[in-house]
Design a protein around this ligand. Structure first.
Ligand SMILES: C[S@@+](CC[C@H](N)C(=O)[O-])C[C@H]1O[C@@H](n2cnc3c(N)ncnc32)[C@H](O)[C@@H]1O
Length: 218
């Protein structure tokens, strides 16, 4: 059995995904498709956007969450960085993989204080807080310092427009073979062009549920 499926984490994840489903509401109901696209791709309005969305969990899908565990576990990832914690659903899956890989550290970052508190509570309940450092603040600042010498695995799931900038902060520390999962990366054409371009140092492809999966090759 893995940490993911046994107590306390297995039952906790069932409960939290159900809670996330009930908290889901069409926050963008009154927003036109054009305006939504503009907000999701803006490099300057992301604080406003996510402040507006602060009561929503916005988690990765259950399948993506499981995939994160599987990729991190099978690649033996022990040093993981996550951009976009929200209430900790993806964090719990990644931390479970670290536990089952023998230990390590997950740095995750979130700027909404109520979400930082909620994530901390969930990760504590899941018995994984000893592996997780939650950095409160904007990733452009919190991930610009004190990173592990070698990063094995990255999840990008914060403001989509910042994926190129966040990846570049982490890039010098990525080990050869590091995996980078970018959720909803289709909102950042700049990111897709970069990781798919010859010479950028990645192999990259669209994968599963709106994910771009990339691997560092140099
Ligand atoms: C899609 S949600 C993350 C969901 C989470 N990964 C999960 O699966 O449960 C994105 C989160 O990133 C946070 N965020 C967006 N831009 C950020 C930034 N520049 N720095 C820190 N947090 C950010 C938002 O407040 C939001 O909670």
């Amino acid at each position: 059995m893995s940490t993911l499926t046994k107590a306390p984490l297995g039952p906790l994840l069932d409960r939290l995904f159900k809670q996330a489903d009930t908290a889901m509401s069409p926050a963008f109901e009154d927003v036109s498709a054009e305006e939504r696209q503009r907000l999701m791709t803006s490099k300057t309005e992301y604080v406003d956007l996510y402040t507006r969305l602060k009561d929503f969990w916005l988690p990765v899908s259950r399948d993506t969450a499981r995939l994160l565990y599987m990729l991190a576990r099978s690649s033996g990832a022990c040093q993981i960085v996550e951009f976009g914690t929200s209430l900790g659903l993806s964090t719990l899956h990644l931390a479970a993989a670290i536990r089952d890989n023998g230990g390590g550290r997950l740095i995750t970052t979130e700027f909404e204080p109520s979400k930082v508190a909620g994530a901390r509570q969930h990760i504590t309940e899941g018995g994984l807080i000893d592996l997780v450092e939650i950095r409160k603040g904007d990733a452009l600042e919190t991930l610009s310092r004190d990173l592990p010498d070698k990063i094995d695995f990255v999840l990008l799931d914060g403001a989509k427009a910042l994926y190129p900038e966040v990846l570049k902060l982490l890039e010098p520390r990525l080990k050869v073979g590091a995996l980078i999962v970018a959720d909803d990366a289709n909102y950042s054409l700049e990111y897709l062009e970069y990781v798919r371009s010859a010479g950028s140092g990645y192999l990259s492809l669209p994968f599963a549920d709106d994910i771009e999966l990339s691997m560092r090759v140099k």
